[in-house]
Design a binder for this molecule. Structure first.
Ligand code: HEM
Length: 260
């Protein structure tokens, strides 16, 4: 049984952010926000990620997707993590999200090391970066200092509903057929060769505007070529800064799945 890999998210995250740059604010977050408050935050998250990756590498794309789904509904505020009726977690597009146990583990360890300090939204952003690294992808510095938001109404989430080509959800398949377990640029090659799995992905090659980006990832235009790892890291920083809450806005949850 394969699994749905990072594949399509690579270009989509770049394109969506180019189109929606007005949403990205990012004021208030900075690299090293916890250096005094919780100096071991990055090493704690990294070791939790490494241990989960060793037992199930497919949790990596799960977390990347979770981060995207969190950020595109009312910003990156970890509202995707909360339990209960009418929450984002229970909305149809989010049913197949996975990897909550990683955040729970990191949350428990961080609450033991630095109680009430690290936000769940920051844990998610750090964990996603670490999962990308262990999957052979880019690395980047994660600006931190986010605070968590309350439950977003489910109606907002419905706008993000994805279309699937068929209803068989029992069999998982790789979205990047060439390198299922790695986060790399082979997705661009797949699109060029007509091997995109999701129709919405393959259309990135037929639309002139988006094709230009794919071609630049393929390096067809020499100096104008985009370097996959650099653009991916930049895009992730932008995405994780969408409508963030900082300072006195929002909260720090002791348990990521529960609203205080
Ligand atoms: C609006 C644009 C997007 C659409 C329509 C879309 C649609 C989908 C669909 C239909 C799936 C398969 C879900 C399943 O059946 O398990 C999927 C999986 C996935 N998506 Fe997206 N997606 C979009 C944007 C993104 C972005 C921007 C990212 C990354 C930041 C991303 C990352 C992923 C990952 C990593 C998976 C695999 C998840 C897993 O293995 O559990 N997607 N997406």
């Amino acid at each position: 049984m394969g699994f749905n890999c990072f594949g399509h998210g690579v270009l989509l995250v770049t394109l969506l952010l180019a189109l929606a740059s007005s949403l990205v604010q990012g004021q208030g977050t900075r690299v090293g926000f916890y250096s005094r408050l919780c100096p071991r935050v990055e090493s704690i998250v990294r070791s939790v990620v490494q241990s989960h990756f060793r037992s199930d590498p497919t949790v990596a794309p799960g977390l990347l997707r979770m981060h995207f789904h969190d950020c595109f509904v009312n910003g990156c505020d970890a509202s995707i993590l909360t339990d209960g009726a009418g929450t984002e977690k229970t909305a149809p597009p989010n049913i197949l999200l996975r990897g909550y146990e990683v955040i729970d583990d990191a949350n428990t360890q961080l609450e033991a090391a630095c109680p009430g300090v690290v936000s769940c939204a920051d844990i998610l952003a750090l964990a996603v970066r670490d999962f990308v690294v262990v999957s052979g992808g880019a690395s980047w510095s994660v600006p931190t200092g986010r605070r968590d938001g309350a439950v977003s109404p489910t109606s907002d989430v419905v706008n993000l509903r994805f279309r699937d080509s068929n209803g068989d959800r029992s069999r998982r398949i790789g979205l990047d057929t060439e390198s299922v377990n790695r986060l790399d640029n082979s997705f661009s090659v797949n699109l060029r060769d007509g091997k995109g799995i999701l129709e919405s992905d393959q259309r990135l090659w037929t639309d002139a505007f988006t094709k230009n980006f794919v071609q630049r990832f393929l390096g067809i235009r020499g100096l104008l070529g985009l370097t996959f790892n650099i653009e991916f890291g930049r895009s992730m920083v932008k995405m994780s800064n969408i409508q963030v809450k900082t300072g006195t806005v929002g909260e720090i949850r002791k348990v990521c799945s529960k609203i205080i």
